[in-house]
Design a protein. Sequence first.
Length: 165
Amino acid sequence: MAVPQLEQLELERDERGIPHLHGLYKHWRPKAGWQSEEHFSDGTLRLLGLLWAFLDGSAPLLLEEPALSLHSDVVKHIPAMMAAVNRRSGRQVFITTHSYDLLSDPGIAPEETLRLIPGDNGTEASLASADRQVQAIAMADLSMADAALPRTAPQGSEQLALTLQ
């Protein structure tokens, strides 16, 4: 569904036994045919890896920035996929993200969101529910994206565009 022209996916081993993905694409080019993983887009590779990671294993899963290279209409379904994995296997999924689309899911609560704050003596972690401003915004039926992301922006980031002028 997320890669509409991909009709078939196979795992093949090369002469050294290393597995590689091959996908059968069907689109306007009559002989598009099979493509190897080296020709897949970053988003296709990331989505396949994400789905594989969700389905493989039962230990806690740690994902860094799973929304990178993915279309926003795919990203907004990642929290539901995480919830399905948890319901099916009890597996916990932890992610780090700056993705507005991912954090916009209404099922993400301040009690399950950590804010990481880098400092001179390491990184401090605090529950979003401990931040009064985040809690107030979340209570106003806004998403964690609206509540937490503005509080994580690097100081002075608005100056970046001025550096090139």
